[in-house]
Design a protein around this ligand. Structure first.
Ligand SMILES: [Ca+2]
Ligand SMILES: [Ca+2]
Length: 148
């Protein structure tokens, strides 16, 4: 009976691990691993950054043009809205990385953005047209970045 319990526990752990792996598509580039979430869900920047921290990283920070280009290239395989870890929460118009509060290093905005539409766009999404400020609570995917 004890053996069966241990077996069930292990089986549950294996299944849980597989499910976690299926949550993300994983890529490696320039000393970082990127986890692209595959299921849209209500975004909460603190919660999603916490998940990224649990994987040893943080919500996506974009440091330069090569990194930006790489993310865009990989986004071709991801549909829908995708959040970064860039925000201007509490500092309107001054965009910073949510995880460590450092200033956003590389901002390639989509044309006519950021516009802080209706005065409530304080998170940043990324697609093939560039970055856009958007409200923080949309149902969307996100990207974690993990230093290797
Ligand atoms: Ca804003
Ligand atoms: Ca906007």
């Amino acid at each position: 009976m004890a053996l069966l319990s241990i077996f069930l526990l292990l089986a549950t752990m294996v299944i849980a691990t597989v499910q976690v792996d299926q949550t993300y598509l994983t890529y490696r580039f320039d000393g970082h691993k990127y986890l692209f979430s595959q299921k849209a869900e209500p975004f909460d920047i603190a919660k999603m950054n916490g998940r990224c921290r649990g994987s040893g990283g943080y919500l996506l920070q974009i440091d330069n043009h090569p990194e930006y280009s790489y993310i865009l290239y990989k986004l071709r395989r991801t549909s829908g809205l995708v959040y970064t870890g860039i925000t201007d929460l509490g500092s309107e118009g001054r965009f910073y990385n949510y995880n460590d509060k450092t200033p956003a290093a590389y901002l390639e905005w989509k044309s006519r953005q950021p516009d802080n539409w209706a005065g409530k766009e304080h998170c940043v999404n990324i697609n093939e047209y560039g970055l856009n400020d958007i409200d923080c609570g949309r149902t969307a995917k996100y990207i974690c970045e993990i230093p290797l």
